[in-house]
Design a protein around this ligand. Structure first.
Ligand code: UT7
Length: 312
């Protein structure tokens, strides 16, 4: 059984927060943010919009694009570290909104690698013949756990959601290989504190990421016996353009073959990869038969990579 992506969708809030505006809030400059991270602006959800609302919008589009009806979804997996509430899960909330009456539902917590964990969990259920269609969503309202007085973190994050519908695809297509990993000893470098704020040792996370992202990207290609140059498109977690470029350079591919939504959306944790994937599909950057690599890392520490032969 070959399992692949039947449709994608994403949602971003309307409100744009620019680097210039951040200059008024903390001791930073547009120049510092651009050159150190590649971020120019990010989106911030309004008070009334919570994670489940953004997840719903992205999921609805993914279902439409996949041409799969809500009733045909067997499982909903939502990767998030910013659920509306610890329970009920965001997955249960969108199960009701979408009216996926036959679906089981749960949230997955693996920070910025959460979507990769969700994607592979969903794939396994289909590959074993247990389920036919799984909806996987990555969503974050990071603005509600951002310390807006901490320049080390507040310039980095943004809100948004991305979603995919998984199902059976034809021979040779779909998810070909994956790698998931975790190292709890690095948890101290990136976590949510007792005030519910994101605390990060940027330098330590950076060191881990520039090693892990390129390594995992190469591992999933090696497992298939492909060469690095065979990769047609790379969708890295949008954490920092310098980290993303490290993965891209290791794969030996040019800049135009990498999704870079970080400029306008910043780092959206679990939502970064599915948002960038959905945009890349919409803009025609990913074509039928392309070998696409998705790769992420995050708090935990966690990481994950997937190689996909695009198409149904
Ligand atoms: O999704 C996963 C989560 N996070 C990440 O992937 C982040 C990984 N880390 C990074 O992307 C980078 O480490 C950062 C972008 C966070 C920081 O860049 P850096 O090149 O590693 O800078 P640094 O931490 O070495 O800091 C350099 C200087 C420091 O000043 P001193 O100590 O040298 O005087 C910081 O205090 O830059 C200062 N700094 C800032 N200056 C202006 C830190 N944040 C800012 C800021 N504006 N916003």
């Amino acid at each position: 059984m070959n399992v692949g992506i039947l449709g994608t969708g994403h949602y971003v809030p309307e409100k744009v927060l620019t680097n210039k505006e951040l200059e008024q809030m903390v001791d930073t400059t547009d120049e510092w943010i651009r050159t150190r991270t590649g971020i120019e602006e990010r989106r911030i959800a309004s008070e009334e919009i919570d994670s489940s609302d953004m997840a719903y919008f992205a999921a609805k589009t993914a279902l439409e694009n996949a041409q799969v009806s809500a009733n045909d979804i067997d499982l909903i997996l939502v990767a998030t570290v910013t659920p509306d509430t610890p329970f009920p899960s965001v997955a249960c909330k969108i199960q009701e909104k979408l009216q996926c009456t036959n679906a089981a539902a749960m949230d997955v917590s693996a920070a910025c690698a959460g979507f990769m964990y969700g994607l592979i969990t969903g794939q396994q259920f289909i590959q074993t013949g247990t389920y036919q269609h799984v909806l996987v969503v990555g969503v974050e309202k990071l603005s509600k756990i951002t310390d807006w007085s901490d320049r080390n973190t507040c310039v980095l994050f943004g809100d948004g959601a991305g979603a995919v519908v998984l199902g059976e695809v034809s021979d040779g297509k779909g998810i070909l290989s994956f790698e998931l990993g975790a190292d709890g000893s690095g948890g101290k470098h990136l976590y949510q504190d007792e005030n519910d704020h994101i605390i990060m040792n940027g330098r330590e996370v950076f060191k881990f990421a520039v090693r892990q992202m390129p390594e995992s990207s190469v591992h999933v290609i090696d497992k298939l016996g492909y060469n690095k140059g065979d990769v047609d498109y790379l969708i890295p977690h949008q954490a920092n353009i310098r980290i993303m470029n490290a993965a891209r350079e290791r794969l030996g591919i040019s800049e135009d073959k990498m999704a870079t939504t970080i400029k306008k959306y910043g780092n959206n944790s679990s939502a970064s990869i599915p948002m960038a994937l959905s945009e890349s599909v919409n803009t025609g950057k990913i074509k039928d038969d392309d070998l696409v690599v998705l790769v992420g890392f995050g708090g935990g520490l966690t990481w994950g990579a997937v190689a996909i032969r695009w198409g149904k």
